[in-house]
Design a protein around this ligand. Structure first.
Ligand code: GTP
Length: 370
Protein backbone atom coordinates (compact mmCIF):
# COMPACT_ATOMS: atom_id res chain seq x y z
CA UNK A 1 0.00 0.00 0.00
CA UNK A 2 1.20 3.51 -0.81
CA UNK A 3 1.17 6.67 1.30
CA UNK A 4 1.72 10.34 0.59
CA UNK A 5 3.16 12.49 3.38
CA UNK A 6 2.67 16.24 3.12
CA UNK A 7 5.87 17.86 4.30
CA UNK A 8 6.05 21.08 2.28
CA UNK A 9 4.68 23.59 4.80
CA UNK A 10 6.67 26.50 6.20
CA UNK A 11 5.96 25.60 9.82
CA UNK A 12 5.43 29.26 10.73
CA UNK A 13 3.89 28.54 14.13
CA UNK A 14 7.00 26.69 15.22
CA UNK A 15 9.45 29.37 14.15
CA UNK A 16 12.30 29.93 14.84
CA UNK A 17 12.90 26.17 15.25
CA UNK A 18 11.81 25.77 11.62
CA UNK A 19 14.08 28.52 10.22
CA UNK A 20 16.80 25.99 9.33
CA UNK A 21 14.91 22.72 9.70
CA UNK A 22 11.61 21.83 8.03
CA UNK A 23 9.01 20.92 10.66
CA UNK A 24 8.85 17.18 9.83
CA UNK A 25 12.65 16.97 10.18
CA UNK A 26 12.87 18.50 13.65
CA UNK A 27 14.06 16.03 16.27
CA UNK A 28 11.61 14.17 18.42
CA UNK A 29 13.54 12.54 21.27
CA UNK A 30 16.78 12.94 19.29
CA UNK A 31 15.42 11.40 16.06
CA UNK A 32 14.00 13.35 13.08
CA UNK A 33 10.22 13.21 13.48
CA UNK A 34 9.73 12.01 9.87
CA UNK A 35 12.01 9.04 10.55
CA UNK A 36 9.80 7.92 13.43
CA UNK A 37 6.76 8.35 11.21
CA UNK A 38 8.22 6.37 8.29
CA UNK A 39 9.18 3.46 10.53
CA UNK A 40 5.70 3.41 12.02
CA UNK A 41 4.12 3.33 8.55
CA UNK A 42 6.43 0.53 7.48
CA UNK A 43 5.48 -1.46 10.58
CA UNK A 44 1.80 -1.02 9.68
CA UNK A 45 2.19 -2.50 6.19
CA UNK A 46 2.99 0.54 4.01
CA UNK A 47 5.70 -0.25 1.47
CA UNK A 48 5.99 2.87 -0.68
CA UNK A 49 5.94 6.51 0.45
CA UNK A 50 5.77 9.69 -1.61
CA UNK A 51 7.02 12.77 0.21
CA UNK A 52 5.52 15.98 -1.15
CA UNK A 53 8.28 18.48 -0.35
CA UNK A 54 8.67 22.20 -0.93
CA UNK A 55 10.24 24.28 1.90
CA UNK A 56 13.91 23.27 2.55
CA UNK A 57 13.43 20.27 0.24
CA UNK A 58 17.14 19.36 0.17
CA UNK A 59 17.03 18.45 3.87
CA UNK A 60 14.72 15.52 3.11
CA UNK A 61 16.89 14.25 0.25
CA UNK A 62 20.08 14.42 2.31
CA UNK A 63 18.57 12.62 5.24
CA UNK A 64 16.29 9.97 3.73
CA UNK A 65 17.66 9.13 0.28
CA UNK A 66 15.58 6.45 -1.45
CA UNK A 67 14.46 4.89 1.85
CA UNK A 68 16.28 1.60 1.37
CA UNK A 69 17.91 1.94 4.81
CA UNK A 70 14.42 1.80 6.30
CA UNK A 71 13.26 -0.94 3.94
CA UNK A 72 10.84 1.43 2.28
CA UNK A 73 10.61 2.79 -1.25
CA UNK A 74 10.63 6.59 -0.94
CA UNK A 75 9.92 9.06 -3.76
CA UNK A 76 10.69 12.69 -3.02
CA UNK A 77 8.66 15.03 -5.23
CA UNK A 78 9.34 18.75 -5.05
CA UNK A 79 6.84 21.53 -5.81
CA UNK A 80 8.29 24.65 -7.37
CA UNK A 81 5.54 26.68 -5.67
CA UNK A 82 3.55 25.59 -2.57
CA UNK A 83 0.44 23.84 -3.92
CA UNK A 84 -1.49 23.44 -0.65
CA UNK A 85 -2.53 20.09 0.80
CA UNK A 86 -4.84 18.87 -2.02
CA UNK A 87 -2.72 20.48 -4.77
CA UNK A 88 0.37 18.68 -3.45
CA UNK A 89 -1.30 15.27 -3.72
CA UNK A 90 -2.70 16.13 -7.16
CA UNK A 91 0.89 16.85 -8.15
CA UNK A 92 1.91 13.23 -7.39
CA UNK A 93 -1.29 11.67 -8.81
CA UNK A 94 0.69 9.85 -11.53
CA UNK A 95 2.38 7.76 -8.80
CA UNK A 96 -0.91 6.60 -7.24
CA UNK A 97 -2.78 3.46 -8.28
CA UNK A 98 -5.43 2.73 -5.66
CA UNK A 99 -6.66 3.86 -2.25
CA UNK A 100 -3.82 5.84 -0.72
CA UNK A 101 -3.07 7.03 2.79
CA UNK A 102 -2.32 10.74 2.99
CA UNK A 103 -0.72 12.12 6.14
CA UNK A 104 -0.01 15.59 7.44
CA UNK A 105 3.69 15.48 8.23
CA UNK A 106 3.31 17.09 11.63
CA UNK A 107 0.95 14.77 13.46
CA UNK A 108 2.09 12.31 16.11
CA UNK A 109 -0.43 9.50 16.40
CA UNK A 110 -0.57 5.78 17.06
CA UNK A 111 -3.73 5.41 14.96
CA UNK A 112 -4.52 1.85 13.79
CA UNK A 113 -4.14 2.22 10.01
CA UNK A 114 -5.34 -1.29 9.23
CA UNK A 115 -8.62 -0.65 11.09
CA UNK A 116 -9.03 2.62 9.20
CA UNK A 117 -8.50 0.88 5.86
CA UNK A 118 -11.03 -1.85 6.73
CA UNK A 119 -13.55 0.90 7.61
CA UNK A 120 -12.85 2.73 4.32
CA UNK A 121 -13.47 -0.47 2.33
CA UNK A 122 -16.58 -1.46 4.25
CA UNK A 123 -18.14 1.96 3.66
CA UNK A 124 -17.00 2.08 0.02
CA UNK A 125 -15.79 5.56 0.81
CA UNK A 126 -14.02 7.85 -1.65
CA UNK A 127 -12.34 9.86 1.12
CA UNK A 128 -12.06 8.76 4.74
CA UNK A 129 -10.92 11.35 7.27
CA UNK A 130 -9.53 10.31 10.65
CA UNK A 131 -11.15 12.28 13.46
CA UNK A 132 -10.05 12.94 17.00
CA UNK A 133 -11.95 14.48 19.92
CA UNK A 134 -10.63 17.72 21.44
CA UNK A 135 -11.46 19.55 24.65
CA UNK A 136 -11.91 23.01 23.16
CA UNK A 137 -13.52 22.64 19.72
CA UNK A 138 -13.70 26.44 19.18
CA UNK A 139 -10.04 26.42 18.13
CA UNK A 140 -10.37 23.85 15.34
CA UNK A 141 -12.22 22.81 12.20
CA UNK A 142 -15.01 20.42 13.25
CA UNK A 143 -16.40 17.57 11.16
CA UNK A 144 -20.11 16.74 11.49
CA UNK A 145 -21.36 13.27 10.51
CA UNK A 146 -24.63 11.37 10.33
CA UNK A 147 -25.27 8.11 12.21
CA UNK A 148 -23.49 6.07 9.54
CA UNK A 149 -20.41 8.32 9.90
CA UNK A 150 -20.99 9.96 6.54
CA UNK A 151 -19.60 13.50 6.61
CA UNK A 152 -22.34 16.16 6.49
CA UNK A 153 -20.63 19.45 7.21
CA UNK A 154 -17.34 21.17 8.05
CA UNK A 155 -17.43 23.89 10.69
CA UNK A 156 -14.38 26.15 10.93
CA UNK A 157 -13.64 27.46 14.46
CA UNK A 158 -17.29 27.72 15.57
CA UNK A 159 -18.54 29.92 18.42
CA UNK A 160 -19.53 28.03 21.60
CA UNK A 161 -23.26 28.17 20.64
CA UNK A 162 -22.64 26.43 17.26
CA UNK A 163 -20.71 23.44 18.58
CA UNK A 164 -22.44 20.18 17.62
CA UNK A 165 -19.45 17.82 17.88
CA UNK A 166 -16.01 17.69 19.47
CA UNK A 167 -14.48 15.75 16.55
CA UNK A 168 -11.82 17.43 14.44
CA UNK A 169 -9.95 16.48 11.30
CA UNK A 170 -6.88 14.61 12.62
CA UNK A 171 -4.80 14.94 9.45
CA UNK A 172 -4.78 11.30 8.24
CA UNK A 173 -6.83 10.41 5.17
CA UNK A 174 -7.50 7.50 2.84
CA UNK A 175 -8.25 8.81 -0.63
CA UNK A 176 -9.36 7.16 -3.87
CA UNK A 177 -7.25 8.85 -6.58
CA UNK A 178 -10.32 9.40 -8.84
CA UNK A 179 -11.44 12.35 -6.64
CA UNK A 180 -8.40 14.31 -7.80
CA UNK A 181 -10.40 15.06 -10.96
CA UNK A 182 -11.96 17.83 -8.83
CA UNK A 183 -8.57 19.39 -8.05
CA UNK A 184 -7.17 21.87 -10.56
CA UNK A 185 -3.58 20.98 -11.62
CA UNK A 186 -0.62 23.19 -10.67
CA UNK A 187 -2.74 25.43 -8.48
CA UNK A 188 -2.82 26.09 -4.75
CA UNK A 189 -5.73 24.02 -3.45
CA UNK A 190 -6.58 22.78 0.05
CA UNK A 191 -8.50 19.78 1.34
CA UNK A 192 -10.59 21.61 3.95
CA UNK A 193 -11.50 24.68 1.94
CA UNK A 194 -11.36 23.12 -1.55
CA UNK A 195 -11.75 19.40 -2.26
CA UNK A 196 -13.90 18.36 0.71
CA UNK A 197 -16.61 21.04 0.30
CA UNK A 198 -16.76 20.19 -3.44
CA UNK A 199 -17.29 16.51 -2.57
CA UNK A 200 -20.14 17.43 -0.22
CA UNK A 201 -21.81 19.15 -3.18
CA UNK A 202 -21.21 16.35 -5.68
CA UNK A 203 -22.43 13.73 -3.16
CA UNK A 204 -19.31 11.55 -3.39
CA UNK A 205 -19.20 9.35 -0.28
CA UNK A 206 -16.93 10.81 2.36
CA UNK A 207 -16.73 9.25 5.82
CA UNK A 208 -15.22 10.14 9.20
CA UNK A 209 -13.23 7.59 11.20
CA UNK A 210 -13.30 8.69 14.85
CA UNK A 211 -10.62 7.31 17.09
CA UNK A 212 -9.29 7.80 20.61
CA UNK A 213 -5.75 6.99 19.49
CA UNK A 214 -3.00 9.27 20.82
CA UNK A 215 -2.96 12.40 18.67
CA UNK A 216 -1.06 15.64 18.80
CA UNK A 217 0.04 18.24 16.30
CA UNK A 218 3.75 18.86 16.93
CA UNK A 219 3.58 22.18 15.11
CA UNK A 220 3.27 24.64 18.02
CA UNK A 221 5.98 25.36 20.61
CA UNK A 222 4.05 24.13 23.63
CA UNK A 223 2.67 21.03 21.87
CA UNK A 224 6.21 20.25 20.70
CA UNK A 225 7.38 20.30 24.34
CA UNK A 226 4.26 18.44 25.52
CA UNK A 227 4.69 15.60 23.03
CA UNK A 228 8.17 14.97 24.45
CA UNK A 229 6.74 14.83 27.95
CA UNK A 230 4.00 12.43 26.79
CA UNK A 231 6.54 10.10 25.17
CA UNK A 232 8.86 10.17 28.17
CA UNK A 233 6.13 9.48 30.72
CA UNK A 234 4.87 6.59 28.56
CA UNK A 235 1.59 8.07 27.33
CA UNK A 236 2.44 6.95 23.81
CA UNK A 237 4.46 3.88 22.79
CA UNK A 238 7.99 4.76 21.68
CA UNK A 239 11.18 2.80 21.02
CA UNK A 240 13.93 4.77 22.71
CA UNK A 241 17.32 4.66 21.10
CA UNK A 242 20.27 3.59 23.22
CA UNK A 243 20.14 1.66 26.47
CA UNK A 244 18.47 2.19 29.79
CA UNK A 245 21.23 2.89 32.36
CA UNK A 246 18.98 3.48 35.38
CA UNK A 247 15.29 3.84 36.12
CA UNK A 248 13.85 5.61 33.03
CA UNK A 249 17.23 7.07 32.03
CA UNK A 250 18.21 6.23 28.45
CA UNK A 251 21.68 6.85 27.09
CA UNK A 252 22.78 6.57 23.47
CA UNK A 253 26.49 5.84 23.03
CA UNK A 254 28.77 7.15 25.76
CA UNK A 255 28.38 10.13 28.04
CA UNK A 256 30.52 11.60 30.79
CA UNK A 257 28.40 12.11 33.88
CA UNK A 258 30.06 13.50 37.04
CA UNK A 259 29.33 11.36 40.12
CA UNK A 260 27.86 14.36 41.94
CA UNK A 261 25.38 15.11 39.11
CA UNK A 262 21.79 14.20 39.87
CA UNK A 263 19.63 12.72 37.10
CA UNK A 264 16.00 11.87 37.75
CA UNK A 265 14.13 10.09 34.92
CA UNK A 266 12.51 10.09 32.55
CA UNK A 267 15.55 11.52 30.81
CA UNK A 268 17.13 10.75 27.40
CA UNK A 269 20.80 11.64 26.88
CA UNK A 270 22.41 11.73 23.43
CA UNK A 271 25.90 10.39 22.60
CA UNK A 272 29.00 12.30 23.64
CA UNK A 273 27.23 14.53 26.17
CA UNK A 274 29.04 15.74 29.27
CA UNK A 275 27.20 16.48 32.53
CA UNK A 276 29.39 18.29 35.04
CA UNK A 277 29.70 18.53 38.81
CA UNK A 278 26.53 19.17 40.79
CA UNK A 279 24.26 19.52 37.74
CA UNK A 280 20.64 18.40 38.16
CA UNK A 281 18.70 17.00 35.22
CA UNK A 282 15.09 16.26 36.08
CA UNK A 283 12.69 14.52 33.71
CA UNK A 284 10.89 14.65 31.47
CA UNK A 285 13.94 16.02 29.68
CA UNK A 286 15.77 15.23 26.41
CA UNK A 287 19.42 16.20 25.88
CA UNK A 288 20.85 15.84 22.36
CA UNK A 289 24.27 14.66 21.22
CA UNK A 290 27.53 16.31 22.31
CA UNK A 291 25.96 18.78 24.74
CA UNK A 292 27.90 20.14 27.71
CA UNK A 293 25.85 20.72 30.86
CA UNK A 294 27.97 22.95 33.09
CA UNK A 295 28.47 22.66 36.84
CA UNK A 296 25.41 23.30 39.04
CA UNK A 297 23.04 23.65 36.07
CA UNK A 298 19.41 22.92 36.75
CA UNK A 299 17.36 21.40 33.93
CA UNK A 300 13.75 20.29 34.13
CA UNK A 301 11.17 19.54 31.43
CA UNK A 302 13.47 20.83 28.66
CA UNK A 303 14.27 19.70 25.11
CA UNK A 304 17.85 20.30 23.91
CA UNK A 305 18.94 19.47 20.39
CA UNK A 306 22.59 18.68 19.59
CA UNK A 307 25.79 20.55 20.48
CA UNK A 308 24.53 22.96 23.13
CA UNK A 309 26.96 24.27 25.72
CA UNK A 310 25.63 25.51 29.07
CA UNK A 311 27.91 27.46 31.35
CA UNK A 312 27.81 27.14 35.16
CA UNK A 313 24.49 27.54 36.98
CA UNK A 314 22.22 27.77 33.91
CA UNK A 315 18.55 27.05 34.61
CA UNK A 316 16.35 25.52 31.88
CA UNK A 317 12.71 24.74 32.56
CA UNK A 318 9.97 23.86 30.04
CA UNK A 319 11.91 25.30 27.10
CA UNK A 320 13.59 24.28 23.82
CA UNK A 321 17.18 24.87 22.68
CA UNK A 322 17.88 24.19 18.99
CA UNK A 323 21.40 23.38 17.77
CA UNK A 324 24.81 24.72 18.74
CA UNK A 325 23.86 27.36 21.29
CA UNK A 326 26.16 28.69 23.96
CA UNK A 327 24.35 29.82 27.10
CA UNK A 328 26.18 32.07 29.55
CA UNK A 329 26.43 31.39 33.27
CA UNK A 330 23.37 31.72 35.51
CA UNK A 331 21.05 32.43 32.57
CA UNK A 332 17.46 31.24 33.00
CA UNK A 333 15.37 29.98 30.07
CA UNK A 334 11.88 29.01 31.17
CA UNK A 335 8.10 29.03 30.48
CA UNK A 336 8.04 27.86 26.85
CA UNK A 337 10.95 30.07 25.68
CA UNK A 338 12.78 28.95 22.51
CA UNK A 339 16.39 29.59 21.52
CA UNK A 340 16.85 28.33 17.95
CA UNK A 341 20.29 27.62 16.41
CA UNK A 342 23.82 28.94 16.87
CA UNK A 343 22.93 31.64 19.37
CA UNK A 344 25.31 32.98 21.94
CA UNK A 345 23.88 34.30 25.20
CA UNK A 346 25.99 36.11 27.78
CA UNK A 347 25.66 35.64 31.53
CA UNK A 348 22.48 36.12 33.56
CA UNK A 349 19.95 36.53 30.78
CA UNK A 350 16.36 35.65 31.61
CA UNK A 351 14.20 34.37 28.79
CA UNK A 352 10.65 33.65 29.90
CA UNK A 353 7.01 33.60 28.79
CA UNK A 354 7.40 32.06 25.35
CA UNK A 355 10.13 34.46 24.18
CA UNK A 356 11.71 33.25 20.90
CA UNK A 357 15.32 33.88 19.92
CA UNK A 358 16.10 33.68 16.17
CA UNK A 359 19.16 31.83 14.76
CA UNK A 360 22.63 33.37 15.14
CA UNK A 361 21.51 35.91 17.76
CA UNK A 362 24.20 37.23 20.08
CA UNK A 363 23.17 38.62 23.45
CA UNK A 364 25.58 40.23 25.90
CA UNK A 365 25.52 39.72 29.66
CA UNK A 366 22.11 40.57 31.22
CA UNK A 367 20.83 41.80 27.81
CA UNK A 368 17.37 40.43 28.61
CA UNK A 369 16.39 40.37 32.26
CA UNK A 370 13.20 41.15 34.10
P1 GTP B 1 2.11 26.52 9.89
O1 GTP B 1 2.77 27.49 8.95
O2 GTP B 1 2.63 26.67 11.28
O3 GTP B 1 0.61 26.52 9.80
O4 GTP B 1 2.57 25.03 9.48
P2 GTP B 1 2.50 24.32 8.03
O5 GTP B 1 3.12 25.19 7.03
O6 GTP B 1 3.15 22.97 8.20
O7 GTP B 1 0.97 24.18 7.71
P3 GTP B 1 -0.06 23.13 8.26
O8 GTP B 1 0.31 22.72 9.65
O9 GTP B 1 -1.41 23.63 8.05
O10 GTP B 1 0.17 21.92 7.24
C1 GTP B 1 -0.28 20.62 7.47
C2 GTP B 1 0.67 19.67 6.76
O11 GTP B 1 0.62 19.89 5.35
C3 GTP B 1 2.11 19.86 7.18
O12 GTP B 1 2.70 18.59 7.29
C4 GTP B 1 2.71 20.67 6.05
O13 GTP B 1 4.09 20.35 5.85
C5 GTP B 1 1.90 20.23 4.84
N1 GTP B 1 1.69 21.31 3.87
C6 GTP B 1 1.07 22.49 4.06
N2 GTP B 1 1.07 23.21 2.93
C7 GTP B 1 1.71 22.47 2.00
C8 GTP B 1 2.04 22.68 0.60
O14 GTP B 1 1.76 23.72 0.00
N3 GTP B 1 2.72 21.68 -0.04
C9 GTP B 1 3.06 20.53 0.60
N4 GTP B 1 3.72 19.59 -0.10
N5 GTP B 1 2.78 20.29 1.90
C10 GTP B 1 2.11 21.26 2.60
Amino acid sequence: MKAVILVGGLGTRLRPLTCNTPKPMIPLVNQPFIEWMLLRLRDQGITEVILAVQYLAHRFRESLGDGSQMELKIHIVEETEPLGTAGAVKNVEHLLDGPTFVFNGDVMTDLDLRAMLAFHREKQSKVTISLTPVEDPTQFGLVEMDRQNRVQRFLEKPGPEDITTDLINAGTYIIEPEVFRYVPPKQFYMFERGLFPVMLQTGDPMFGFPSRAYWTDIGKPQTYIDVHHDILIGKVAYNFRGRQIADRIWLEGDAEIHPSAQIVGPVVIGPGTVIKRGARVIGPTVIGARCVIGPECNIEGAVLWDDNVLDEGVVLRNCVLGRKNVIGERSHITDGAIVSDECSLGAENRLERGIRIWPNTELGDRAISF
